[in-house]
Design a protein around this ligand. Structure first.
Ligand SMILES: [Fe+2]
Length: 349
């Protein structure tokens, strides 16, 4: 069974969002999914919400909606009703859970946002009851806007452990504890506008970069905060095994990796768009690259799927125009590709 998760479309923000989302819809449907799940953040205006529902109304497959924080901002999620939209369904012997974590907050000087994220008692009790009747070998997919496990707040210097968090979910660990007994379980998230794929005690956490990337600031060339192009996630479940791939909106661009430079520090990386800590990345003539530690101070404003090149590496490849990469994902899938690299020659002259 195949389905697609897409998130953070932020319609009518900046430039070309309609063209971009039309392209996204066509590209998603080309993968012949059985259903789509939208991870939330339709846009900040009522017009954006109306435009979205107009654009998806004739799709040949069902679209399930997860509330994002923008649904509070755009008025489609009424404050008093927030938290009432968790539900589940079974499709092709897979248990899908849409888990509602967005709540209204009366803004203050200290907390200017009118929303926060929580797995509250009512929803936790509902989830416990919902999962009680599900066989442990049945694949379970749970979608919520903000990730149930994320290092992004640390990496991006945001406040951690807030009483009403805007970048984490209060009591996320209680949701994960309810999911741990299942043999094949993945959680789907957006919000961070970056890919971040890792495991928590057997649960595959799949945070997916935004369709809007960097909020459509440069139309279809608006990379996400960690440099990966705009895209969505295609998920296949066969014989209980959950596998996924990140797909970029533009067919013509590399689907797997590109060069990434952190301009302010002049550090250079190979951005393997959907790498997890177990993914292996090799460069011909250089060898294996090490993933970044997400909780190191040197990873500030970076993502763990960036693989740093040392000064020696740069010297070695200074006159190359392309690099030959081998990427081995943890399921054994091996990819060989060439990526372009910037010219260092000029700088050295
Ligand atoms: Fe967003």
């Amino acid at each position: 069974m195949r389905f697609v998760f897409f998130t953070d479309i932020h319609l009518l923000e900046n430039k070309d969002s309609i063209i971009g989302f039309e392209k996204c819809l066509d590209r998603m449907l080309a993968f012949d999914p059985q259903l789509l799940i939208n991870g939330g953040d339709l846009g900040v205006t009522t017009e954006a919400v109306n435009t979205y529902y107009e654009m998806i109304k004739e799709l040949p497959v069902p679209v399930y909606q997860v509330n994002g924080n923008h649904e509070i901002c755009n008025g489609s999620l009424i404050p008093e009703e927030a938290g009432q939209f968790s539900h589940s369904f079974d499709d092709h012997d897979i248990h899908f859970v849409i888990f509602d974590t967005v709540r209204y907050f009366e803004p203050t000087d200290e907390h200017p946002h009118n929303w926060y994220f929580v797995a509250d008692q009512q929803n936790l009790e509902w989830l416990a009851t919902d999962l009680a009747g599900i066989p442990k070998q049945m694949p379970v997919i749970l979608a919520s806007h903000c990730a149930l496990s994320t290092s992004a707040p640390f990496r991006f210097g945001q406040k951690i452990g807030m009483e009403f968090p805007v970048n984490e979910v209060t009591d996320a660990d209680k949701v994960l504890n309810l999911l741990k007994p299942f043999e094949n379980v993945a959680t789907l998230h957006g919000h961070d506008h970056e890919n971040c794929r890792h495991h928590v005690e057997g649960i595959h956490i799949l945070t997916t970069a935004a369709v809007a990337g960097g909020w459509w600031r440069n139309g279809l060339k608006s990379p996400n905060v960690s440099g990966e192009p705009q895209g969505f996630r295609v998920i296949d479940i066969n014989s209980g095994q959950i596998e996924s791939q990140y797909v970029t909106l533009q067919e013509g661009q590399s689907q797997l990796a590109s060069w990434y430079t952190q301009e302010e520090t002049d550090r250079h990386f190979i951005n393997v768009f959907d790498a997890s800590p177990e993914t292996q990345v090799h460069i011909e003539d250089i060898g294996k690259l090490q993933p970044l530690n997400p909780f190191s101070d040197s990873t500030k404003r970076l993502s763990p799927h960036l693989y740093e090149l040392s000064a020696n590496d740069i010297e070695q490849i200074a006159s190359s125009e392309t690099l030959s990469l081998t990427i081995i994902f943890e399921n054994g899938q091996t990819n060989q590709l060439e990526i372009g690299c910037p010219s260092f020659k000029q700088n050295n002259e």
